[in-house]
Design a protein. Structure first.
Length: 173
């Protein structure tokens, strides 16, 4: 991809590539990444803004037609291209997205994903809850999962508490 971009910058007018890099040879240039870089980073007007917004959909459709799993780590159009997980990271994104995102994901038809995990902070939960706002079905499903998890946590913690106190009592008897 870097060679294709450098060639265009040097005056080349034709780049051979394929969407998602699929093809009969390894190392095929990914047109999705080349198009996005040319339009957004190098100011070449190779596609319209509307065409650029369909880039993610085109990439995923081509993957489906080729019966290939889309590459989540693919620049611009991958499912993880705009995913955020760490608490401080998400906090910064919630305040000013450009601190961790080089473009607005919607420009290429992608979307920001906020993940909730052991690395999460308050910002992850707040941003995730805003995403569920107005979606009663999804909110109810999340609440149900949290209730089940919290009831299991209490059950799992209780035996540890009992076991840790038993040896002391037995030793004192």
């Amino acid at each position: 991809m870097a060679n294709a971009l450098a060639a265009i910058d040097a005056g080349c007018t034709l780049v051979q590539g394929v969407v998602n890099g699929f093809g009969e040879r390894c190392g095929n240039a990914d047109l999705a990444t080349i198009i996005a870089n040319l339009k957004l980073k190098m100011a070449y007007n190779v596609v319209t803004d509307d065409q650029l917004r369909s880039l993610t959909e085109i990439s995923r459709t081509i993957s489906e037609i080729a019966n290939m799993v889309p590459n989540d780590r693919q620049p611009y159009v991958g499912n993880s291209a705009f995913a955020h997980k760490g608490g401080v990271h998400v906090s910064a994104v919630s305040r000013h997205a450009a601190t961790y995102e080089h473009i607005d994901p919607a420009v290429v038809g992608n979307e920001r994903r906020i993940l909730v995990s052991e690395l999460s902070g308050k910002s992850n939960v707040l941003m995730k809850s805003k995403a569920l706002e107005g979606n009663e079905k999804a909110s109810a499903a999340v609440l149900e999962i949290l209730k089940k998890k919290s009831s299991k946590a209490i059950i799992l913690k209780a035996p540890k508490l009992l076991l840790s106190s038993c040896p002391a009592r037995i030793g004192q008897a």
